[in-house]
Write a protein that binds this ligand. Structure first.
Ligand code: AMP
Ligand code: ZN
Length: 310
């Protein structure tokens, strides 16, 4: 059994990520991390047979790279021998790039909001009991530092390997929680999983060429501010620092991520205001009309005025 599999299997057991009767939708982006999440979950139920159904779930964001990404996730699902379910943001009346331009927000932030919404709503409506993502240890550590620096302390309880859902919030699991980005990349190469070179034209963390990402972003002819360049350089700077730390003190990253889980656990359930409902779509929202519904309105033509009405 591969080293990464032993590690991930330990995470699955330690935090009870899988339970008999589960239907787990694995959110696959076309990138390496979510490919590894799908593959290791699939391998787990192969090695330890249990009554769990794994489904690959992909959101087509309607970008220029989406065709290639879709072919990649199809190849991945077929290699893993799991069903693939695809949703197109256009079918929900959403145009990420247009909405970003109308709302004068970075494409990455609109895209993130759309993905978070659909990753919760669609699998839940289709009978999933859990949704899994490809977030790995380095993502968690970087986000933790950013949350501390930004005093987003309310977000810390959500940073564990398993976020148990309530009401319309589906339970989220992160099987790669204790695996580093490098370990994940090595595994994906060794198994030969199909991965899109760059799943998104604006990309950041999930790009296979993370180091070149800043250069690529700078060379893109997009509206200034459309991409969060500062956000990407912060991610890379913190990650570089963590890797230096690990070099000097091997194992420190894994111990720290376990500490983050313990802190998240002790801080308890997330802020109840997240449990309010959007008056338009009924999904969980912290404001009367959820971000997704505002993005949908801003995606339509002549949107400026309509968006202002909201
Ligand atoms: P990101 O926010 O791009 O770093 O992605 C975080 C996680 O969200 C990935 O590891 C995937 O599990 C999931 N994800 C990202 N993009 C998509 C997508 N287009 N469709 C389905 N899941 C996605
Ligand atoms: Zn809504």
């Amino acid at each position: 059994m591969a080293r990464l599999e032993r590690l991930v299997f330990g995470t699955i057991r330690r935090y009870r990520l899988l339970e008999g009767g589960d239907t787990v939708y694995v959110a696959v982006s076309g990138g390496k991390d979510s490919a590894a999440a799908l593959w290791t979950l699939r391998r787990y139920i192969e090695v330890y047979p249990m009554d769990v159904r794994i489904v690959a779930f992909h959101i087509d964001l309607g970008f220029s790279t989406s065709g290639e990404v879709l072919r990649t996730v199809e190849a991945l699902a077929s290699k893993a021998d799991v069903d693939l379910e695809v949703v197109h943001v256009g079918d929900f009346g959403v145009d990420v790039e247009r909405a970003a331009s109308t709302l004068r927000r970075p494409v990455c932030s609109v895209c993130g909001a759309v993905k978070r919404y659909l990753m919760n709503r669609v699998p839940r409506e289709r009978g999933a009991t859990k949704v899994a993502t490809g977030h790995h240890m380095d993502d968690i550590l970087v986000n933790f530092i950013k949350n501390l620096a930004g005093k987003h302390l309310d977000w810390i309880p959500k940073m564990g390997p398993k976020l148990v859902g309530t009401g319309r919030l589906l339970t989220k699991i992160r099987p790669l929680y204790e695996a580093s980005g490098e370990e994940v990349a090595k595994y994906v190469r060794a198994v030969g999983l199909p991965v899109a070179k760059c799943p998104c034209p604006y990309t950041m963390g999930s790009c296979s060429y993370a180091k070149d990402t800043l250069e690529m972003v700078r060379s893109l002819s997009v509206r200034p501010g459309a991409v969060r360049t500062r956000h990407i350089s912060t991610y890379l700077a913190i990650r570089g620092g963590l890797d230096k730390m690990e070099e000097g003190a091997p194992g420190i990253k894994r111990r720290t991520v376990r500490g983050i889980h313990e802190l998240a656990r002790r801080m308890g359930v997330p802020n109840p205001r997240y449990l309010a409902q959007c008056s338009t779509c009924g999904e969980p929202s912290s404001s009367p009309i959820c971000t997704f519904c505002r993005i949908r309105v801003a995606s339509q033509s002549g949107v400026g005025k309509t968006a202002e009405k909201i």
